[in-house]
Design a protein around this ligand. Sequence first.
Ligand code: NCD
Ligand code: ZN
Length: 368
Amino acid sequence: MDRIVLDSPLDMHVHFRTGNMLKFVVPYTACNFAGAMVMPNTDPIIDNHYALCRYREEIKAACKDAFFEPYMTLYFQTSYTRQMLEECRQDVLAIKLYPRGITTNSGHGVLISDPEVETVLGYMTELGIPLSVHGETDGYVMRREREFMRTYERWAVKYPKLKIIMEHISTAEAVNVLGTYPNVFATVTPHHLLMTTDDLCGDMLRPHLFCKPLLKSPEDRAALQALVLGELSDELQRKVMLGTDSAPHAKNKKECDCGCAGVFNAPYALPSIVPLFVEKDKLPELQRFVSDNAKAIYGIDTLPKMVELHRESQRANAFLGHLVGPKDDSYVCVVPMYADQILRWRVRKTWVDPVRTKVVLPKSPLAK
Ligand code: NCD
Ligand code: ZN
């Protein structure tokens, strides 16, 4: 098989930042995906309806002519009232919870032990707003996700009607939790699916693969692969979505002492994961992973944007840089995942299916 067509790929976890960086990175996602769920850990954070709508406009402007739907999130705050959430409901796909201090711009995150967290979880359950979570404790870095499983389990049992999305899962334990609770779902990134701690620091240090949660063991990676390929069960496979966690940081903020966490994978996310599915003859599972599962879980639909990939070698750019404005500080330079390496697949073309466009109109992002 040398050519595949994906129907409306969705990236259910992406960081676009703001300003010059946003203008630079949005097109990489907007040209390869039909839509994406945008994270709210910007500076300042997205914590009210007005900021959310303005942020969506900023993203749409950066898409230019691309058919692309940004699905918006709010940054979980214990100060949210039921009325405020009710007012935002139509424009919010999920609320993203960050434990305080655990990753980029999580200084405004919550203390998991704060009883007010549950007050807001109660409102979200009543209003049917899904909870998206960066699930890590502040313990030993390789055990942080495992330690957070107790919190997921507690919430899953206490709020059976709340949809809980474990973002960027990286461990076999998370796969187990996914299989245990009907209201728990997950995203998986290309890097956690394809790489291990060895890729990050087994040989030389690769700062551009440093992210939260850290890349894990070969056994953890095998559990994630079995999950997305449907080797565990069909039911479990339907609970997992592609979320690239594409998280750009300027090159100099990664290649330094105290480098930032985040992998910028938007340019090569789809070509990087295709071989895993093609080699095992799992194309229906690929389609579900990159689109259908997210549509079912969040109750969304998009314009039918087709993305055609060919088996054709390409060398990934060593860096991507661009002058996005007239000032000196408007030069953006980021290093993508697989920089300067050969990828076996590439996106050849994208188009919006003209027949289905007539009948499928984008629905409002109302989660069921
Ligand atoms: C993300 C970022 O830089 O915003 N970084 C990361 O390592 N994944 C935040 C996050 O999702 O943790
Ligand atoms: Zn993220």
